[in-house]
Design a protein around this ligand. Structure first.
Ligand code: ADP
Ligand code: MG
Length: 353
């Protein structure tokens, strides 16, 4: 397993119409293993599309290097890069049949007529559209059009397939189905996939590795589970899953969080130098009924077997998740209840601002 794609120190700025400058990518490094599924995750405007466009050759980085299987490609023209992109908009030719849409790029590459027919059929089968090759895009549903766009890109057997929010135009149910399809296609073809999304659940479900973007930088990269369990920054803790992020201050061997009992260093994950905030997942927050407690219940929701409880502790809102079984133990939290709020040992993580 070598590197399919290597990005080193890529920077890209744009001039804004107002005369300012946007730093869309700031010194981005990325390593993508051959045959893997990488997800670029981040909120809108954080530079995900710009990075894909730099890899595809649709933008030129201001500085930095991009290597495809070890070969520098950042100065290579678009059509010579063995990279294909699937856009959110599908970008199908409306006047051509499905078959022609897929065949077009292959013929441009000089592939023989016979091989083209074979590759078109194979690609249609792969995305489960066999039998619909004679239709025009307008005679297909949104989900089917998306499959055509995928088939067209896969037929060219790129070294890397770039997918820019390919599922965001689909409704939730179709989307979940297509996520599974994309995972299957990636496994079956062993083509390296790089998918952009702003949906953290999608990223967690699909990626072998997830690169989290914040304002033009990759702030953390790793297996979904590792990023979830060990967020490095406040932003990552908040963006991936849910987290209570609270201000914290070190004093000697313990940390104080306003409204809570001081916590000894041995109960905390992460080093002192890491920052002035702590993040705790709601499932690691413990609440107990206590008249002289540190918090007041301000919201209680019952969601799929879990109690979502919001508690106010000295000006901060803390979210807790508990199994609804606590109700059977005799106490069901209610709005206005006084409670003592604490954290499970080892679940409080120091994060960077
Ligand atoms: P994302 O895909 O994560 O939503 P983009 O890569 O599209 O983000 O954009 C990153 C930033 O660069 C945004 O602030 C966007 O407005 C800006 N930007 C992108 N392309 C251009 C362009 N061609 N001209 C000016 N600004 C751009
Ligand atoms: Mg984008």
């Amino acid at each position: 397993m070598g590197a399919a794609l290597t990005v080193r120190g890529v920077t890209k700025s744009f001039a804004t119409p107002e005369g300012g400058e946007v730093h869309a990518l700031k010194d981005v490094d990325l390593d993508v293993e051959d045959g893997s599924f990488t997800v670029l995750l981040g909120p809108s405007g954080c530079g995900k599309t710009t990075l894909l466009r730099c890899v595809a050759g649709l933008e030129t980085p201001d500085s930095g290097e991009i290597m495809l299987h070890g070969e520098r490609i950042d100065q290579v023209p678009v059509w010579k890069r063995r990279v294909n992109t699937v856009f959110q908009s599908y970008a199908l030719f409306p006047h051509m049949t499905v078959e022609r849409n897929i065949a077009f790029g292959l013929e441009m590459d000089g592939i023989s007529r016979k091989d083209t027919i074979d590759k078109v059929n194979e690609a249609l089968q792969m995305v489960r559209l066999d039998g619909l090759g004679g239709r025009k895009p307008s005679q297909l549903s949104g989900g089917q059009q998306q499959r055509v766009a995928l088939a067209r890109a896969l037929a060219k057997q790129p070294e890397v397939l770039l997918l820019d929010e390919p599922l965001s135009a689909l409704d939730l149910k179709l989307r979940r189905g297509m996520q599974l399809e994309l995972k299957r296609l990636q496994r079956e073809t062993s083509i390296t996939f790089i998918l952009v999304t702003h949906d953290q659940e999608e990223a967690m479900a699909m990626g072998d590795q997830v690169a989290v973007f914040d304002s033009g930088e990759i702030v953390q990269i790793g297996a979904p589970r590792d990023v979830y369990l060990a967020p490095r920054t406040r932003f990552v803790a908040d963006f991936i899953g849910e987290a209570n992020v609270l201000p914290a201050q070190w004093s000697g061997d313990s940390i104080s969080i306003p409204g809570f009992d001081d916590l000894h260093r041995s109960l905390i994950v992460g080093s002192e130098s890491a920052g002035e905030f702590v993040a705790v997942r709601p499932e690691n927050v413990i609440i107990e009924q206590a008249e002289s407690g540190n918090g007041t219940v301000i919201e209680v929701l019952f969601v799929g077997g879990l109690l979502h409880v919001e508690v106010e502790v000295q000006g901060s809102t803390v979210s807790a998740r508990q199994s609804s079984m606590v109700a059977e133990s005799g106490w069901m939290p209610a709005i206005g209840d006084r409670v003592q709020v604490g954290f499970r040992a080892g679940s409080v993580r120091v994060v960077e601002a």
